[in-house]
Design a protein around this ligand. Structure first.
Ligand SMILES: C[S@@+](CC[C@H](N)C(=O)[O-])C[C@H]1O[C@@H](n2cnc3c(N)ncnc32)[C@H](O)[C@@H]1O
Ligand code: SF4
Length: 369
C-alpha cells in the first residue's frame, strides 16, 4: 500500500497565526496546475507500482480549486498510478469556500473524506485568528457536507486561545459533538516565529497566549472525547472506532508515499525527499532535496512518530527491523521515564497515556539515539 499527497499552496488570504507556506493570491493558479500535471507524470514510477490506497489534497486551501480541476488531477493520477478500487480521497477545505453545489460536485468526482478547518464555533475566536468565516457558516457547511453525502468528515479545532476560557472551550466541544461527525483534529495554538499573530503579540496589539490554557483545554478535550466514544489515536487526532485518517496513519506506520507540489515530502522506505517550497522554483524544474536514512535516523524517526500515537513503540518491530542494539538502547533509556510515570510499558510496547501525549516530542527526545 502507498499514498499520494498533493500540496495546493494558495489561500484567499493569510490567517494571522499560520506559519505554513501559502500564497494569498490565486494569480498563478493555472500555471501551478499545469506544472502539477507535469509532475504527476514525471514521478509516475516513484511508488514502484505499490497500490495507492489514499490520496490527500492538503494546503494551503485545496478547496479554492474548482471541482473540474480536482477531477482532472484525480483522473491523471488514476491514469499513471495503480490506484486501489476504493481509495480514501481527502480534501482539506476552508468553510468560506464551501457551498452545497461545490460539495455535491466533490462527491461526484470521488472525494470521500473532508477535513474542514472550522477552528472554532465562536466568533470572538475566529476574529482573533482572522478567519474568513463566522460561527454560523461553520455550522452550516457541516450540514451541507452531510447533505451532499459525506460521511467521513473531520473538523479542525484550535484550543489554548486567549479569547476562550475553559467554559467556552467546553461549549465549543459541545458544538463539535452535536455535529455528529466521526473525526476531530484539535491543535494547541502555536505561535509560529514569523506569523502575523506572533508579531502582533510582540507589539502588544493582540492578546498574549498562555501555555497553561492549552494544557487545561487539552485535559478537557481528552476527557470529553473519551466520554463521547472517541478514540484518542494521535496527539491531535480523535475518531469514532474505525474512522481514523488512513492517509495520516500510514505516515506513522512507515508506509511509502509520494508528495506532489511545492514543499511536499516523499518517502519510499529507503530515502526521504522534499520539494522546494517556493512556487517560483517549483514552476521552473521541480527541484527537490533527498536524504538516505541510516538506521539510527530511522530509529529516531520511528520513536518520534510512534510515541505520538496510541500504538506506541513496538519493541519486537524495533528488534526485527533495526537490530538488538537499538531495541536494547530504547528499553534502557525508557526505564527512568517509566519510573517517573511519564511512559508506560506492556511486554511488547512503550506508549504514552492520554495526559502525557501532549508532551510526546520532549519524551521522544529522551529516547533518541
Ligand atoms: C495546514 S492547515 C490547512 C487547513 C486549511 N487551510 C484551513 O486553514 O482551514 C491544517 C490545520 O492546522 C491547524 N493550524 C495551522 N496553524 C496552526 C497554528 N499556528 N497553531 C495551531 N494549529 C494550527 C489548523 O487547525 C488548520 O486547520
Ligand atoms: S490557516 Fe489555512 S487558510 Fe489560513 S493561511 Fe494557513 S493554510 Fe491558508
Amino acid at each position: 500500500m502507498s499514498g499520494i499527497y498533493i500540496h495546493i499552496p494558495f489561500c484567499l488570504s493569510k490567517c494571522a497565526y499560520c506559519g505554513f507556506y501559502s500564497i494569498p493570491s490565486l494569480k498563478r493558479k493555472n500555471e501551478f496546475l499545469e506544472a502539477l500535471k507535469q509532475e504527476i507524470v514525471l514521478r509516475k514510477d516513484y511508488l514502484h507500482g505499490w497500490p495507492v490506497g489514499t490520496i490527500y489534497f492538503g494546503g494551503g486551501t485545496p478547496s479554492i480549486l474548482k471541482v473540474e480541476e480536482i477531477g482532472t488531477l484525480l483522473h491523471l493520477i488514476k491514469e499513471h498510478f495503480d490506484v486501489e478500487v476504493d481509495p480514501e480521497i481527502t480534501l482539506e477545505a476552508n468553510p468560506d469556500t464551501l457551498s452545497p453545489e461545490y460539495l455535491s460536485g466533490l462527491r461526484e468526482i470521488g472525494v470521500n473524506r473532508l477535513s474542514i478547518g472550522i477552528q472554532s464555533f465562536f466568533d470572538n475566536d475566529l476574529q482573533y485568528l482572522s478567519r474568513r468565516h463566522n460561527s454560523q457558516h461553520a455550522r452550516q457547511c457541516v450540514s451541507w457536507a452531510k447533505a451532499a453525502g459525506f460521511e467521513n468528515i473531520s473538523l479542525d479545532l484550535i484550543y489554548g486561545l486567549p479569547t476562550s476560557d475553559a467554559d467556552q472551550w467546553n461549549r465549543n466541544l459541545d458544538c463539535f459533538f452535536a455535529m455528529e461527525v466521526p473525526h476531530l483534529s484539535a491543535y494547541a495554538l502555536t505561535l509560529e516565529p514569523n506569523s502575523i499573530l506572533t508579531k502582533q503579540i510582540e507589539m502588544g496589539k493582540a492578546l498574549p497566549v498562555n501555555e497553561d490554557d492549552a494544557v487545561r483545554d487539552y485535559e478537557l478535550l481528552c476527557r470529553r472525547a473519551s466520554e463521547n466514544g472517541f478514540l484518542h489515536y494521535e496527539i491531535s487526532n480523535f475518531c469514532k472506532p474505525g474512522m481514523h485518517s488512513r492517509h495520516n496513519s500510514n505516515y506513522w506506520f512507515g508506509i511509502p508515499y509520494l508528495g506532489l507540489g511545492p514543499s511536499a515530502h516523499s518517502y519510499d522506505r529507503v530515502s526521504r525527499q522534499w520539494n522546494d517550497s517556493h512556487l517560483e522554483n517549483y514552476l521552473c524544474d521541480f527541484p527537490f532535496e533527498m536524504e538516505s536514512l541510516c538506521t539510527e535516523q530511522r530509529y529516531d524517526e520511528y520513536v518520534m512518530l510512534r510515541l505520538r500515537t496510541i500504538w506506541g513503540i513496538d519493541l519486537k518491530y524495533l528488534k526485527r527491523e533495526m537490530g538488538e542494539r537499538l531495541s536494547s538502547y530504547c528499553e534502557k533509556k525508557a526505564q527512568p521515564l517509566i519510573v517517573q510515570g511519564r511512559l508506560s510499558q506492556t511486554r511488547e510496547f512503550l506508549y504514552l497515556n492520554d495526559s502525557q501525549m501532549l508532551f510526546a516530542d520532549g519524551i521522544a527526545e529522551e529516547l533518541f539515539w
